[in-house]
Write a protein that binds this ligand. Structure first.
Ligand code: SF4
Length: 713
């Protein structure tokens, strides 16, 4: 579009100005000439991709004409243009099959959010004071290029990148950009990291990738800890498959959930089994022991398991029902019942994920469940474990803690990640960030981390940009898709892929190797970038020994296991800025706009805690307070808190709201992979104060009691 033509103003007053003028002439909005030929009242549907989790679900955007407040060359105004009004699932995209989860429905609010960053800015006050001034894109790109030029000579660790994983070629541009300036590879950072499972899958199945489960054709699903219908992996795709599993000829299928707290998936299960946290692998190996002992399966049927699990070829003698009971608390009878279900309901599959892998033995837990699947013959077969063909499987993540420990970064590029909010303070991310000489943020909002930046380079929203995704999970066939912008950009933002290409062109010393593309659109449309999917091949490794998990915090001082979990609305907190999601009642508690801690009624009684009382949760690393929700769906030795709230800075809707469970976590890791063991912290609890209105429940109370029982205890 010709910007000069666009900026012809047609009317400076009248109804347009009334939209937000507030009576102040200097605040009046101007109406620009429409920039697009649109047909009033006729909707168009344009494809796009939901960006609100890494699943990469295809969506359809309903586009109609409307008035939008925009920013053009520093001037605010109103334009009549084609605007996205609504998102729906896309029936033509395999993972979503025409459905859309609640987060996906709310994704449209990203574009129209009132606190979106609308232009590039530089810091003008103290770091973290939130004082920024708008600059031109030319100045922004020249500033970043000069900083990178100055830092390059200091070696690969002088420039660091921390980003939320992207399911498409934006990740490729980032990797090529970093390689071209001689920097170390990107840190794809997520607090609820699944890298333990990717690494275990690489060992067991030759695929460094999250799995897809053919739930539709399974007769038995035993799920060790993954909230696969709520937030884990590709929840929408697996939710659709779950619905099909429960229908028609598959009506008799059974779902067993093994976990210490009832998740959304657990609430949909036929059988919920509570065990000690971090012992899911022992239960899986106990089932395998029974299947081999009783002659249902031979150890030799699972050669990869024999190579990865200590004692496999001898029938796992260390995992007799009695031994499993000592480790996990699961009775021999219940274990035998579980093994029986595996022999009678086929095809059967086991799932592991989420908190089950967030322990010091997470890698061994994943290998144990992988071995059980191999023994069941469930790998690559109907009703079993599959891997979505991908053009470019995700490389192993660099450990952010290593970057922090090294402390040698002169330039830090932050791309949608928020480590200040999600890394526990004990990992010293805040101090590290404050010590980095120059931070640039590529996100669309000011949050706990980007508010420390020196330069803000706001991205287009996904609806305004070229997008693509190569989903890692959720489909049995390749689900790569790309799409052009569904609407024109509202503000003076720029696609991050284009920004990196432009910075590369502005460097004094060219990229080596160079990037051949002129724009991010060219990257997305480059058909030479689609190699054949890698074959599924076994990888040998020395056998691993399953050992019980260890926890941070002496049990005498900190007797309770602390379980943070991804909230259905906010995930790890990245979507807490969207008001529709703040208003969304939690499916199990009906809580909204708040954080809570789930406590077993027996535990609550021991501590004199009533529903709604404010509880102090203390670990060896800090204290966080939240209102109590008494729940029989959690074991008496565990307390749980949803993540997502407790931001210092994250728009008007999420700043200063609720509490952050990450603040009390220990800096403890899986011993095999070094991935943060976020479920390995012990805490104690105490009643802090009486209920003070912090808990906001859609249902009015967590448990409604009949009128005639009121006041009777
Ligand atoms: S699962 Fe939901 S939030 Fe994630 S990409 Fe799909 S629609 Fe978006």
């Amino acid at each position: 579009m010709d910007r000069r033509r666009f900026l012809k103003v047609t009317a400076v007053t009248g109804t347009t100005a009334a939209l937000s003028a507030c009576g102040s002439p200097e605040n009046q909005l101007v109406r620009f000439i429409p920039d697009d030929a649109i047909t009033p009242g006729i909707a168009q549907w344009k494809p796009s991709i939901c960006p609100l989790c890494a699943a990469g679900c295809g969506v359809k955007a309903r586009v109609m004409d409307g008035d939008a407040e925009v920013l053009r060359q520093g001037t605010a105004g109103v334009v009549r243009a084609a605007l996205v009004k609504k998102l729906e699932g896309d029936p033509d995209h395999a993972p979503s099959r025409g459905r859309l989860c609640v987060r996906g429905q709310a994704a449209v609010q990203v574009t129209y959010h009132p606190d979106r960053l609308v232009a590039p800015m530089k810091r003008i006050g103290e770091r973290g004071a939130g004082q920024f001034a708008e600059i031109t894109w030319d100045e922004a790109i020249a500033t970043l290029a000069a900083r990178i030029d100055a830092a390059r000579a200091a070696g690969p660790s002088a420039i660091a990148y921390v980003g939320r994983p992207h399911p498409g070629r934006r990740a490729l541009v980032v990797e090529r950009f970093l390689a071209g300036i001689g920097a170390a590879g990107p840190n794809w950072y997520e607090p609820f990291d699944d890298d333990v499972l990717r690494r275990a899958n690489a060992i067991a199945f030759g695929r460094h990738q999250l799995p897809t489960f053919d739930l539709e054709h399974a007769r038995l699903v035993v799920n060790f800890g993954a909230d696969i219908l709520g937030t884990w992996n590709a929840p929408l795709a697996h939710g659709v498959a779950y619905g099909r599993m429960r229908r028609g000829a598959r009506e008799g299928a059974m779902w067993v959930q093994v976990e210490p707290r009832v998740s959304q998936t657990g609430a949909s299960a036929d059988l919920w089994i509570a065990i000690r946290p971090g012992t899911e692998g022992a239960v899986a190996l106990g089932v395998a022991h029974i299947l081999m002992r009783d002659g249902h399966r031979a150890a030799s049927a699972a050669p990869r398991a024999a190579a990865t699990i200590d004692g496999w070829s001898r029938g796992l003698p260390d995992f007799s029902p009695e031994a499993v009971q000592r480790l996990s608390g699961l009775s021999p009878n219940r274990l035998a019942q579980l093994a029986h279900e595996f022999t009678t309901r086929t095809p059967a599959v086991a799932i592991v994920g989420g908190q089950a892998l967030a322990h010091t033995n997470g890698f061994a837990q994943a290998l144990a469940v992988n071995a059980l699947n191999e023994l069941l013959g469930a790998v690559g077969t109907p009703g079993g474990v599959h891997f979505t063909p991908m053009a470019s499987p995700r490389p192993a993540a660099r450990d952010l803690a290593e970057v922090i420990r090294a402390g040698t970064s002169a330039v830090l590029i932050v791309d949608g990640a928020n480590p200040v909010h999600t890394l526990p303070p004990s990992r010293r991310s805040d101090a590290w960030l404050r010590s980095v000489p120059f931070i640039v943020s590529l996100g669309s909002f000011l949050d706990d981390t980007s508010s420390l930046a020196d330069l803000l380079l706001p991205d287009h929203s996904f609806l305004e940009s070229w997008v693509d995704a190569d989903p890692e999970s959720g489909a049995l066939e390749s689900a790569r898709r790309s799409a052009g912008p569904a609407m024109r950009p509202l503000y003076d933002t720029r696609a991050t892929g284009d920004v990196l290409l432009q910075v590369a062109a502005a460097l004094a010393q060219p990229l080596d190797p160079p990037m051949p593309w002129a724009s991010f659109e060219a990257v997305v449309q480059d058909s030479t970038l689609a190699p054949a999917p890698p074959p599924m091949a076994a990888t040998t490794n020395s056998p691993a020994q399953w050992v019980p998990p260890s926890f941070d915090g002496a049990v005498e001082q900190f007797p309770l296991h602390f379980l943070p979990y991804a909230s259905q609305a906010f995930g790890d907190g990245a979507t807490a800025h969207l008001p529709w999601l703040q208003e969304l009642p939690d499916p199990l508690t009906t809580a909204m706009w708040s954080t809570w801690v789930e406590v077993n009624p027996r535990t609550a009684e021991q501590h004199g805690i009533a529903d709604g009382d404010i509880v102090a949760i203390t670990s060896a690393h800090g204290t966080v307070e939240a209102p109590a929700v008494l729940s029989p769906g959690i074991g008496p030795n565990t307390v749980a808190m949803p993540a997502g709230q407790g931001h210092g800075t994250y728009t008007r809707f999420a700043s200063g709201r609720g509490a952050n469970p990450f603040t009390v976590l220990a800096p403890i890791a899986d011993t095999a992979t070094g991935v943060h063991a976020w479920a390995a912290t012990r805490v104690r609890i105490a009643r802090a104060t009486a209920a003070d209105g912090r808990l906001i429940l859609f249902g009015g109370a967590t448990r409604e009691r009949p009128e005639h029982l009121r006041g009777r205890g």
